[in-house]
Design a protein. Structure first.
Length: 328
């Protein structure tokens, strides 16, 4: 199966991403073939492979780039991402992901936990084989810790009507931005750049990740369930309050509270009302403005990258602009 059509404009990158997918496939070998097929279907469920793409592009800034190593590390990072998605679905009790049944909905939570853990192991096996030093493995471990902290922060703040914008940003900095940051850092560092340069690349990735998650949260309030591949505002029922709602609460707390206090018992009509109120109190517009701020910071960072790889730099600018301006 070929990678997402968005990469057709970039044949060399598409070729490396196809190799990345193949490496991911080859790393999955479970005794339970039914679960193995479910993991494979998730690997091929239409994900854009953004994190591996950033890893591969940033690897072009180093003098010691090795294509096999670059694709192997890209595969490790995407396996890590896939594992976190499986575990996310368990915590969120999600039945649908990218329009397909989740592993937990097909096989139950216990099997899904095992499948996610297996992918973590597969990730570290690739890292152990291809990292030039313990640095990447250490950073991956710290990233997993940050991702977990973001997840735990989200859990701690379920149904928290006093949640602040800063708490939200802290959670997504771990939950989403960390993997973008790691991808950019590892890509640069493992191809021979200085640690200082690689950390700067990691900062670019962090800004991309924060903007990406805010846009994802905005899409919950602008798209249909079919377009985003999950029930609209299901997160609100589960007490997960994202940026548009938090901004709307600042302006229209009294109007929103009677609905939010119903928690899981919210009806579809009531979630539609929340949807309308979030728009009317400017939650979506304010969230879009903050996403734009982080987008501009990311683009400024990319613009300052050296011309040692003009091709990679231009692609980074084009791809980042495209994914952070997306409407679906």
């Amino acid at each position: 199966m070929n990678v997402h059509p968005m990469w057709e404009k970039y044949p060399e990158l598409a070729k490396e991403l196809n190799k990345t997918l193949k490496l991911m496939e080859n790393s999955v070998n479970l005794k339970n073939k039914e679960v193995e097929n479910a993991v494979m279907s998730m690997i091929h469920s239409g994900g854009k492979l953004l994190r591996p793409a950033y890893q591969l592009l940033f690897s072009q800034f180093g003098e010691n780039r090795e294509p096999k190593k670059a694709t192997s590390l890209a595969a490790a990072i995407e396996l890590l991402h896939t594992a976190t998605l499986i575990h996310d679905d368990i915590v969120d009790e999600a039945d649908i992901r990218r329009g397909l049944p989740t592993i937990r909905s097909q096989f139950g939570n216990s099997t899904a936990v095992y499948a996610g853990d297996y992918l973590f192991v597969s990730c570290f096996k690739l890292l152990a084989d291809y990292s030039s030093s313990l640095k990447s493995i250490q950073l991956n471990s710290r990233s997993m810790e940050k991702i977990l902290s973001g997840e735990l922060g989200q859990m701690d703040n379920r149904y928290n009507l006093e949640m602040s914008i800063n708490q939200y940003l802290e959670n997504i900095s771990g939950k989403t931005a960390e993997l973008f940051s790691l991808s950019c850092f590892v890509g640069a560092y493992e191809s021979g750049t200085s640690e200082r340069f690689a950390k700067n690349c990691g900062k670019i990735g962090e800004n991309i990740g924060i903007a990406f998650q805010i846009i994802d949260d905005v899409l919950d309030y602008t798209q249909s369930p079919e377009q985003i591949g999950k029930p609209v505002l299901e997160d609100v029922r589960q007490g997960i309050y994202s940026l548009p709602l938090l901004y709307a609460l600042e302006e229209g707390r009294e109007s929103l509270l009677p609905y939010l206090e119903k928690g899981e018992s919210l009806t579809d009509k009531e979630t539609e009302k929340i949807y309308e109120l979030v728009h009317s109190f400017g939650g979506v517009t304010k969230a879009q403005k903050l996403a734009e701020k982080y987008t501009q910071q990311a683009l400024k960072g990319i613009a300052k990258l050296p011309e040692t790889s003009t091709d990679a730099k231009n692609k980074l600018l084009t791809i980042t602009q495209a994914i952070l301006a997306r409407t679906n």
